[in-house]
Design a protein around this ligand. Structure first.
Ligand code: GAR
Length: 225
């Protein structure tokens, strides 16, 4: 089996990258992590990738102030050098140019810490708490020119609980990111994703059954179902 070569782009901690690396350690996983690339030399995830024997590279965005095309060209040179055919953004905190996104359309995915289209952008957990939503979660989507707008591949929902801090909610969501991101990357790498009319289909997807209500719809007089 030939495995699809993937470049994972990070800016920091890299826990999603670590989840992808762990999945790709199984030889039957359809993707192989060919490169972990950071735009920051101090990204903690770089050391983890290196410790797992994965190639790493740093292309410092700071060195390309005002020259986004130059920054992206330098990244693409590294990505090409490692033969990567898919890009997985994993906490990569730079907005990419439309030209770059168009070149990689259908071959670049991202994980975002909210149930899109709710809460695109930053500070998603604080905004979810402020909005009083009962369910929050995460999304893996194909990257298109609109930030956090591309076709959705997978989502996971978690309950928001009374007294939740931003950190507690973030941790609950992050655990789900680590579950759905490796699965979504596998579907893309195996050629199981088709986009039509701005929406993604996944062949033979194991669709969920059941539902999650929060709080549980239980009260005196309501029979247990
Ligand atoms: C993750 O929660 C990811 O969803 C988020 O940054 C965190 C990175 O953590 N990404 C974004 O907000 C992108 N808009 P990690 O470095 O441990 O994977």
């Amino acid at each position: 089996m030939t495995r699809t070569r993937v470049a994972v782009l990070i800016s920091g901690r890299g826990s999603n990258m670590a989840a992808l690396l762990a999945a790709a350690e199984d030889p039957s996983y359809p993707a192989e992590i060919a490169l972990v690339l950071s735009n920051r030399p101090d990204a903690a995830g770089l050391a983890h990738a290196a410790s797992r024997g994965v190639a790493t590279a740093v292309v410092e965005s700071r060195a390309f102030k005002g020259d986004r095309a130059g920054f992206e060209a330098a990244m693409e040179a590294e990505i090409a050098r490692h033969g990567a055919e898919i890009i997985a953004l994993a906490g990569f905190m730079r907005v990419l140019t439309e030209a770059f996104v168009t070149r990689w359309e259908g071959r670049m995915i991202n994980v975002h810490p909210s149930l899109l289209p709710s809460f695109p952008g930053l500070d998603t957990h604080a905004r979810a708490l402020a909005a009083g939503v009962r369910l929050h979660g995460c999304t893996v989507h194909l990257v298109t020119a609109g930030v956090d707008e591309g076709p959705i591949l997978a989502q996971a929902a978690v309950p928001v609980l009374p007294g939740d801090s931003e950190a507690a909610l973030a941790a609950r969501v992050l655990a789900e990111e680590h579950r759905i991101y490796p699965a979504a990357l596998a579907w893309l790498a195996a050629g199981r994703v088709r986009v039509e009319g701005g929406r993604a289909g996944i062949s033979d997807a194991p669709w969920a059954t059941g539902s999650l209500a929060n709080p549980l719809p239980s009260a005196p007089g309501l029979s247990k179902r």
